[in-house]
Design a protein around this ligand. Structure first.
Ligand code: T46
Length: 143
């Protein structure tokens, strides 16, 4: 399932005044956008994430600066380097994610398919692995 994690390129309108990127739900991302949040003022060396989601789909964008997103489907790990605001990483449900190596002043913008729900989080890696091997997400393929 790791190959469901994909870079999505967004439209970029450039002219002498600069660049403009726009993102429309169900058009440029494969879900309706229900929530937007951003992570910023990250102290040097800190990491974010370290969990998986039951239902939530997200697109993670480096609005400013750069960082890496390490994704893990329970079998395979893959790392994506994000450093421009005109593309993002789509992360489907059932993927463990960690955000690492933030540059100074980086801002991670996240588009989310659901409202915040703590019950959707799997914060224990062993529990995640058990759910993967039990086939929990096998019927929930998307993209
Ligand atoms: C993810 C990564 C990339 C809310 O109250 N509402 C929200 O919408 C969110 C996202 C968080 N919170 C609260 C829950 C915690 O008390 O904010 C606190 C910090 O959240 P968390 O520790 O989950 O933050 P991260 O940066 O580790 O994870 C977040 C998202 O939660 C997660 O879905 O994929 O960013």
């Amino acid at each position: 399932r790791i190959n469901l994690c994909k870079i999505i390129n967004f439209p970029k309108v450039s002219d002498y005044r600069g660049n403009l990127t726009f993102i429309e739900g169900n058009i440029h991302v494969p879900f309706e956008i229900k929530r937007v949040y951003y992570i910023y003022d990250i102290p040097s060396g800190e990491t974010r994430g370290g969990h998986a989601h039951i239902e939530l789909e997200q697109v993670i964008i480096a609005l400013s600066g750069s960082f890496e997103v390490v994704v893990d489907d329970g079998y395979t790990r893959k790392s994506f380097f994000l450093n421009r605001p005109h593309y993002g990483l789509y992360v489907p449900p059932g993927i463990w994610r960690e955000l690492i190596n933030f540059s100074s002043n980086s801002v991670a913008l996240v588009l989310a398919s659901t409202l915040y729900d703590e019950k959707d989080y799997i914060r224990d890696y062993e529990t995640f692995k058990k759910m993967v091997s039990g086939g929990f997400w096998d019927e929930k393929k998307k993209l």
